[in-house]
Design a binder for this molecule. Structure first.
Ligand code: SF4
Ligand code: SF4
Length: 302
């Protein structure tokens, strides 16, 4: 919370949802058990993949674009909604449901999810949710806990299979998603937003491209002078040429540097010299007399 008591993410639907969860649900740990099984035999099979808000993370988008073999720009245009709200700190990306009456997910098939091995994190986790309180001093590593969503229409809760939360997480293969999710959380809950406030439009666009629209970020990284100006390891540059994950990693570093002002990037010595020379030239052009007089004593020196 900021000093005036107003939540810094007042307009962010993800934080509003988390605030509600913190108050409404029992907190579960990895060892707690629950009964659940989802399979084609349940009467509700496929019904939950419609008319639902699914927030996508940058890693969700990366996995789905690779799965579909299309660019991030194409994916974002066709498969997402980008609601814009006042006071929004970071981009909100929602999976766009289909245009049919039921508003079914565009990836739904008769036999289930058509992108199953690359389905987004919320689809993997359901009916288990993850939330964290934000009470700690560092602002984003608050207490993490799980909770169980128990919609009356979901027949999976009537199944006899009992398992722990940890067994569910292992089964859903969420490790990589969690790792990227934590890294992204550090960006989206950065102290910058408390100190400075929401991003200006140009910075918001940079943030969006470096996290979600990797096609545009790739064009920026390899189509500008960025790699001439900054000291980036050659092996890493090579990785970025072929791997979206490496590019996303670089995107997170770039945001810390270009948006939050952290020293995560090193400017090349030649580029630094060129900047210095340019600044000196600008100063000389502005004030030719002072530059002449400042040079004179050196010329006369023995
Ligand atoms: S991505 Fe797959 S699991 Fe998720 S809503 Fe769509 S069809 Fe269902
Ligand atoms: S409502 Fe529950 S049991 Fe039914 S398909 Fe969805 S997750 Fe599975």
């Amino acid at each position: 919370m900021s000093d005036d008591g107003k939540s810094p993410e007042a307009g962010d639907p993800r934080r509003l949802l988390e605030e509600k969860i913190l108050g409404d649900y029992d907190r579960l740990g990895p060892g707690d058990t629950f009964k659940f099984r989802c399979h084609p035999g349940v009467s509700c099979f496929n019904t939950c993949c419609a008319d639902v808000n699914i927030f996508l993370s940058p890693y969700d988008v990366l996995r789905l674009t690779e799965r579909l073999g299309i660019t991030s720009t194409e994916f974002l245009e066709k498969y997402t909604l980008l609601p814009v709200q006042q006071d929004m700190n970071t981009p909100v990306v929602l999976l766009r449901m289909g245009d049919n009456e039921a508003k079914s997910c565009q990836f739904l098939t008769e036999s289930g999810c058509g992108v199953y091995t690359d389905r987004p994190w919320p689809c993997r986790m359901y009916p288990v949710g993850l939330a964290s309180s934000r009470d700690t001093e560092d602002g984003f590593r608050g207490e993490r806990f799980y909770f169980l969503l128990k919609e009356s229409t979901c027949q999976g809760h009537r199944e006899a299979r009992e398992l722990t939360i940890q067994e569910w997480l292992d089964e859903q293969e969420v490790d990589a998603y969690d790792e990227w999710g934590e890294a992204y959380k550090e960006l989206s809950l950065h102290r910058y937003f408390d100190d400075v406030g929401p991003l200006q439009p140009s910075k918001m666009e940079m943030f969006f491209n470096a996290t979600y629209d990797l096609q545009k970020f790739r064009e920026f990284v390899f189509g500008s002078t960025l790699l001439d100006r900054f000291d980036v390891d050659e092996d890493f540059i090579h990785q970025m040429q072929t791997s979206n994950e490496a590019l996303l990693r670089f995107g997170f570093l770039w945001i810390r540097f270009a948006v939050f002002g952290e020293l995560t990037m090193r400017i090349r010595a030649e580029a630094e010299r060129a900047v210095q020379e340019r600044l000196e030239k600008i100063a000389r052009d502005k004030n030719p007399e002072s530059s002449e007089s400042s040079e004179s004593p050196q010329k006369d020196a023995p």
